[in-house]
Write a protein that binds this ligand. Structure first.
Ligand code: FAD
Ligand code: NDP
Length: 450
């Protein structure tokens, strides 16, 4: 036994913090977790979960329209945004209770309030000092806003999830994950969405064909994409706003959502008192095991700004527990992390983009398929699915699988297992398809793109 109050204190009860605290407690450690807002963190309270519920809610607009082609006639269709938001919030309350229960049932002490390091073993919360042998920082990130005149008038994803009412018109700034997901939600719900992005198209860093396919479908669905455009200034104009764009166009809108990236939550944590190093963007610097510059202080998740996804924060947390508390040095593996963008249509992707594969592996073969999924035929919907395989020529190994189309996040999870196992194109070809499905296309692609 040491003289410290706890074996482990975790700062932040989000995806990484909850998992690490629970596992450490299950391993017999005395654990406390400090949370300044709601247990569950960004993913559960302000991110993945509420976003996905709104994506489901918004998608009914298309589903209901498409049902006509299948013989349905639905009279008196109506949509109640307030009811959707209330249902979503009730689910978040339920989940908050579940997470609190998980922690308490496993013997984790939950300390409410903002935590700050007073020294390398002491955490201060609301004037109380708590000490621990090991400290884990899992404080996540927050929206980052550029310095634009009038930026005080905008909202971020936090507020957009809880709007009192739907605006008629909306400007969304950014071209990343959040911007395209929220453009999909609000556009489907009938809001006139103008998306302003500085890049040549959406989702920089994704495969070029994926980017092009999504942009094309978004435009078809009604999103007004303004690429290579930046916002110069924002002014209030009565009950609406004037947004001045590069090129000197001014647009009037009712709501402006900025989704221009997120910054690590490292300020005001007392990191300097403890000697914990951060990089120029405020991300806590860690080694491959998530150990900071201080021997017994560790950091996982978005606050380290590595791959900012929930399953990665959880993976890092599990590796931390093994390494720091169970004597089994374990590093998170960052290759072949699958991810999804819950845009409309959604994207699923794992492995390398075509450009990355060419750069790293030289000779590659590319298989690409674009088709109208069966469901869209009777529906009369002009939405096409895109699938792409990238294969290393010398080894026949599949380096990347990408899909834009309905259910692609669900479909790609299984293909992520295949890539993790080093599957070859010949093994894809030897796999029997499931018919009729869209997914079978991924095991029946025969023609290389010339
Ligand atoms: P968080 O989950 O952010 O948890 C950090 C916690 O620390 C928070 O609860 C915060 O209140 C608390 N905290 C901060 N400072 C202190 C302090 N000083 N004292 C006490 N507590 C503190 N990822 C996906 O994989 N899939 C998705 O679909 C997805 N959708 C997203 C949608 C949106 C709109 C956003 C914003 C993010 C989304 N993400 C998604 C990313 C995902 O939410 C994060 O990668 C994940 O939550 C990171 O987990 P974390 O443990 O690092 O931090
Ligand atoms: P992203 O990094 O994905 O995108 C940020 C966007 O903002 C980019 O288009 C970027 O342009 C643009 N941008 C950045 N700075 C400026 C600026 N000063 N002026 C104009 N545009 C700017 O961040 P998000 O905020 O969308 O999401 C944050 C992270 O959360 C994601 O990266 C992801 O890790 C996670 N997330 C995951 C989701 C999922 O798994 N489905 C969903 C939502 C979030 P450019 O490309 O030119 O730099």
């Amino acid at each position: 036994m040491t003289a410290h109050d706890f074996d482990l204190i975790t700062l932040g009860a989000g995806s990484g913090g909850v998992r690490a605290s629970r596992l450490a407690a299950q391993a017999g450690r005395r654990v406390a977790v400090v949370e300044e807002s709601r247990v569950g963190g960004t993913c559960v309270m302000r991110g993945c979960v509420p976003k996905k519920l709104l994506v489901y809610g918004a998608h009914f607009a298309e589903d209901l329209t498409d049902s006509f082609g299948y013989g349905w006639s639905i009279e008196g269709l109506d949509f109640d945004w307030a009811r959707l938001v209330a249902a979503k919030n009730a689910e978040l309350n339920r989940l908050e209770g579940v997470y609190n229960r998980i922690l308490r049932d496993n013997g984790v002490t939950v300390i409410e309030g903002r935590g700050r390091l007073a020294d390398a073993h002491t955490v201060m919360v609301a004037g109380e000092a708590y000490t621990a042998d090991t400290i884990l920082i899992a404080t996540g990130g927050r929206p980052s806003l550029p310095d634009v005149p009038g930026i005080e008038h905008v909202v971020t994803s936090n507020e957009a999830l809880d709007l009192m009412q739907l605006p008629e018109r909306m400007v969304i700034v950014g071209g990343g994950y959040i911007a395209v997901e929220f453009a999909g939600i609000f556009n489907a719900l009938g809001v006139k969405v103008i998306q302003v992005l500085r890049g040549d198209t959406v989702l920089r860093g994704f495969d070029q064909d994926v980017r092009a396919a999504l942009a094309e479908e978004m435009v078809k669905k009604g999103v007004d994409l303004r690429c290579e455009t930046v916002v110069r200034s924002i002014e209030r104009a009565g009950r609406s706003y004037s947004v001045r764009l590069s090129g000197d166009e001014t647009i009037e809108t009712d709501l402006i959502l900025y989704a221009t990236g997120r910054s690590p939550n490292s300020a005001g944590l007392g990191l300097e008192s403890a000697g914990v190093a951060v990089d120029a963007n405020g991300a806590i610097v860690v080694d491959e095991y998530s150990r900071t510059s201080v021997e017994h202080i560790w950091a996982v998740g978005d606050v380290t700004d590595r791959v900012n996804l929930t399953p990665v924060a959880i993976g890092e947390a599990m590796a931390f527990v093994k390494t720091a508390l169970q004597g089994l040095p374990t590093a998170m593996a960052y290759d072949n992390i699958p991810s999804a963008v819950f845009s409309q249509p959604p994207i699923g992707t794992v492995g390398l983009t075509e450009a990355e594969a060419r750069q790293r592996h030289g000779c590659i073969d590319v298989y690409l398929s674009r088709f109208k999924p069966m469901r869209n035929i009777l529906a009369g919907r002009d939405e096409r699915t895109m699938m792409k395989l990238i294969v290393e020529r010398s080894s026949d190994r599949v380096l990347g699988v990408h899909m834009v189309g309905p259910d692609s996040p669900e479909i790609l999870q299984g293909f992520a297992v295949a890539l993790k196992c080093g599957a070859t194109k010949a093994q894809f070809d030897a796999t029997v398809g499931i018919h009729p499905s869209a997914a079978e296309e991924l095991v029946t692609m025969r023609d290389k793109r010339s």
